[in-house]
Ligand binder design. Sequence first.
Ligand code: EPZ
Length: 417
Amino acid sequence: MQKITITGGHKIHGEIKASGAKNAVLPILAATIVGQGESHIKHVPHLHDVTTMNQLLAQMGASLTVDHHADITICTDNLQNQTAPYETVKTMRASILALGPLVARYGRAKVSLPGGCPIGARPVDLHIKGLQAMGANINVHDGYIHASCDRLQGNRIVMEKVTVTGTENILIAATLAKGETLIENAAIEPEVVDLAKYLKAMGAEIRGEGTSKIYIQGKDQLYGTTHEVMPDRIEIGTFLVAAAITGGSVTVRNSCNDDLDAVFGKLREAGAEIHTTDNSVTLSMHNKRPQPVDIRTAPHPAFPTDMQAQFCALNAIADGTSHITETLFENRFMHVEELNRMGANIHVEGNQAVIKGVEKLSGAPVTATDLRASASLVLAGLAAEGKTDVHDIHYIDRGYEAIEEKMNQLGAKIIRN
Ligand code: EPZ
């Protein structure tokens, strides 16, 4: 298993460009299934999860080329194999996003249940209920979701919980359903809005995206088109925390500032100075030790759960005590024990981490347990004294494009070995 070694004590300083958003490009690639003819997806991040989604679509029968920028040209007109196999789905839960599009365009799908994941049970019952409400015949056996329907019917669907990929699955399926669909209690994450932008460019009739009520007037046909993926707000937030935790400064170009209000607010509370232009953000920490900040994760526009682990690392060296409450996932504090191995003083009680800031962390061998946990360990390694080895680094490659190259460009000392 690969690891990366971080030599701590180097301030982050400089400028980088944000990559495309993982959690936008994955539903958009699944949505190519509902469009006839070629789509060109640009500003695609070079991530393991994108490669996995490309492989899934190709094994279904999509013709797909990836250029040297990782941008994708894809045609899904002849998908003879409407199956998402367990081997693929267990490595990437977002494969579930193929379910709605396959039923909508091809009338059938066989998609493996994703199974558990390190951060929680992560059921897909609301994806299934939404498609059943649109007339899909669904039964679950042998670990697979078997779905079929001659043509989905528009309906009013009230989501019992706010679910990002659940909203996305139903949104994509509804674009080819007969009649109108209303999704209530829909997720309003920016990645849902970017997906809707792509679908509308394909000819879909959608309104209300970005609010909790999304209206879709189904069409008989949609057509492939060109789309540029939005910037990755979680990558941007992660690099801002890298500058904050090392007392340095960073400018991120191609930033989606409007999607980061909650994160900017907490970084300012921690003592960072943040300036924004139309499409960039600059954070300066002026060598200061961060102040402790209390965090409570919740669906957008509240503080994003995908930034929770990064703020555990920042609070670990803060000048005081802080509380971080995780409300979305039942097991998203696995980075805590690893941070404590580096000298942090964090105690988890139920869904809350109580963090007593320490002056300094010490480098140590640690192990990544999930994507954002691995990012928090890298951040802690940047600030720690001595060397930190982060093992099982494949997790970080799922969601961060060339993280060590970008961090080293900013003055970090990271090697992969
Ligand atoms: C998306 O996951 C993101 N992944 C996650 O990012 C992100 O953490 C999460 O949204 C919350 O923002 C992608 O977009 C590919 P949910 P998703 O469905 O859609 C419950 C990362 O690090 N639920 O919004 O799977 C669920 O258990 C990843 O980039 C049901 O009960 O999350 C959870 O408690 C991690 N039944 C809550 O809803 C369902 O059918 C929110 O989950 C679906 C969800």
